[in-house]
Design a protein around this ligand. Structure first.
Ligand code: FMN
Length: 297
């Protein structure tokens, strides 16, 4: 392991380790108004949703590492605590990146990026028309985390109006993750796109209490064949099969395998684990557990 205390690394190096680890991060394209009422737009990936009741997002326009200056977004919010958070889909990637350039105060990133400003309904800053979800927010707290370059400034903002482009909705009027096609920020110049195989489902309803990996036999937990994901799926099952089920299965489905390897228990165990793994990948997780429990039964 590479192990260190944050204080022992130069800030730029620490920055790289942390941004590459805490990733991918969603991106907020934050729209605020400058002192003179002109629009300002900037992307922030130190951003997330932290509460639904009340609905609260937090993002952080940090002090610049190179000269310890503050960002226009932060300065604007100190004066006028209103922001529109615009979520970013793949089609907006390059314009979003362009909005992250340090244009001088008063230069509109809407003009520079070609993104389209549209009026909000409750707050004064503009929404970004191209964004699939636009959140009108009122800032209720700003928490400065330090006075040196790299220090974050947490903007805590309550969502007061939500706008969702109908194109990203499914028939039930819910957001379809494949249609919204969101992007995220990783470290350095790496970004990522939530689409295709990158978007997958995990069926583990939190209201149902699984047996847990610790209920599995030790040789299953220590298997060289079953992965952490395989063990996780077995641990999500709601109960262990009973002894009769295991015996019947062994007799009906596995007697040939047991006879073939009766003098080689290591090979038998390997074959059973491989069979269980194949069953898990075919979503037959209960059957996989039954197979595993036939060993040493
Ligand atoms: C995708 C992306 C994410 C960014 N995330 C952050 C962030 O979380 N915090 C930050 O201070 N700067 C972040 N930046 C850099 C700011 O967007 C950049 O400094 C911008 O010029 C600030 O604009 P402003 O001065 O108009 O507020 C990010 C840039 C990009 C392209």
């Amino acid at each position: 392991m590479l192990t260190f205390e944050p204080k022992d690394l130069p800030i730029p190096q620490l920055h790289q380790y942390l941004l590459n680890s805490i990733a991918p991060r969603p991106i907020a394209l934050a729209s605020t108004l400058n002192d003179d009422g002109s629009p300002n737009l900037a992307p922030f990936s130190f951003f997330n949703l932290f509460s639904v009741n009340p609905p609260v997002v937090v993002f952080s326009p940090a002090r610049r590492g190179r000269d310890n200056t503050t960002k226009h977004t932060y300065d604007n919010l100190k004066r006028r605590p209103e922001v529109v958070i615009n979520l970013v889909s793949f089609g907006m990637t390059q314009q979003c990146s362009l909005a992250g350039v340090d244009f001088a105060q008063g230069i509109s990133e809407f003009d520079k990026t070609g993104l389209t400003p549209i009026d909000s309904e409750i707050v004064n800053p503009f929404r970004v028309k191209e964004s699939p979800v636009q959140l009108e927010c009122k800032v209720f707290e700003i928490k400065e985390l330090g006075e040196n370059g790299g220090a974050g400034n947490l903007i805590l903002a309550e969502i007061v109006k939500v706008h969702i482009n109908e194109d990203v909705l499914n028939e039930e009027k819910m957001i379809d993750p494949h249609k919204i096609d969101l992007i995220g920020r990783m470290g350095g110049s790496y970004w990522c796109r939530a689409s295709g195989d990158s978007v997958f489902t995990v069926n583990n309803p939190p209201t149902k209490i699984g047996i847990g990996v610790d209920s599995l036999p030790p040789e299953v937990i220590d298997s060289n064949i079953l992965s952490g994901n395989d063990l996780g799926r077995l641990g999500q099952l709601l109960e262990l099969p009973n002894e009769t089920e295991v015996n019947d299965y062994k007799l009906l489905e596995l007697s040939e395998l047991f006879i073939e390897h009766e003098d080689n228990s290591a090979m038998l165990e390997k074959k059973l684990h491989q069979l269980a793994k194949d069953l898990i990948s075919n979503n037959k997780v209960e059957e996989a557990l039954t197979v595993l429990l036939t060993y040493n039964d």
